[in-house]
Write a protein that binds this ligand. Structure first.
Ligand code: TA6
Length: 294
């Protein structure tokens, strides 16, 4: 089926007036566009990837998108909310396996779309990865609630890692600090070293790549120049990752502008590294994050 035929079929079956429409992106990937009383937003069926979320009362989007991102069915989109599943970062044994797993580089199906009484738009996407049945619910209102439900459809216990790898748009790293992690110890991925909790906010003055473990705390990104606080309220998540690639890593990423690190940071809602999830046959687990301007 051609991209246009698929888009026409999706609009016939799932469009909700002007509030939810589907179109073919220039790359040929299918794009969903939301415009309601609360926000404008965009998501791709590729990777179930939210690429835009902007409340109507905000001059700036909440999520960052790289101007150099690829839009290809074999590659991850750079920015927005990549879904890292069923492993985080490198595969534990297979060096050739894609970074951050398979969910963000495969096409998802549109299962359901509806509007709530207040006009919020809810979209359910689904896909299957081995014994894992995945259902991803995106609720677009004045906040963005993203929840990934993983179900074990196999006959053996399974273990997985998951991260909603959210990229946030900020004015400039020099104006930003992150609070909420003062009670959590963390693994510095760059030094491969464990640190005890620090009472200080996280600031970006170099490459930061930290996995905070055993914490379900809500995180706040304080942006003095944009005069706003972005909040990430986690659901069933015991790990939080904070990342900014800074200068050298930015230069090594072909799908990321050399200077874009000034205008983004990642706060990732995860269950990884000792907080991974085990599922008995038939069991399920939901990891979620509400993204809001406080
Ligand atoms: O979440 C932080 C991290 O694991 C970093 O180490 C960096 O690799 C980032 O993810 C992006 O990974 P990607 O595979 O999307 O380039």
């Amino acid at each position: 089926m051609s991209g246009k035929m698929l888009v026409d079929q999706l609009n016939r079956e799932f469009a909700i007036g002007e509030a939810l429409q589907f179109k073919a992106h220039a790359s040929g990937l299918v794009l969903g566009q939301v415009a309601n009383d609360f926000c404008t937003a965009e998501f791709f069926l590729h990777g179930a990837h939210v690429t835009r979320f902007q409340p109507v009362n905000q001059d700036q989007p909440v999520l960052f998108m790289s101007g150099s991102s690829a839009f290809h069915d074999q590659q991850p989109i750079r920015g927005g909310i990549p879904i890292c599943f069923p492993w985080f970062s490198s595969h534990p044994t297979d060096r050739d396996a894609p970074s951050h797993g398979l969910a963000r580089i495969q096409s998802w199906n549109l299962a359901r779309a509806f509007d709530e009484e207040d006009g919020a738009i809810v979209v359910d996407l689904s896909t299957r990865i081995g014994d894992f049945q995945l259902a991803y619910r995106m609720n677009f209102s004045r906040e963005l609630d993203a929840q990934l439900k993983v179900e074990n459809r196999g006959s053996n216990e399974v273990t997985f890692e998951i991260a909603l790898h959210s990229y946030f748009a900020i004015s400039d790293t020099e104006h930003v600090k992150i609070t909420g992690l003062e009670q959590a110890s963390f693994i510095d991925q760059l030094e491969n070293r464990q640190y005890d909790p620090s009472p200080h906010p996280v600031v970006f003055d170099r490459e930061i790549d930290r996995i905070y473990t055993n914490t379900d705390a809500t995180i706040s990104i304080h942006d003095a120049a944009y005069d706003r606080i972005m909040e990430i309220e986690k659901l069933n998540s015991r790990s939080t990752v904070i990342w900014n690639p800074w200068i050298e890593k930015s230069r090594r990423m072909p799908d990321f502008g050399d200077d874009e690190f000034h205008h983004m940071c990642c706060v990732e809602t995860a269950n990884i590294r000792g907080n991974e999830i085990k599922l008995r046959p038939g069991a399920s687990h939901t990891t979620g994050a509400v993204h809001r301007i406080r």
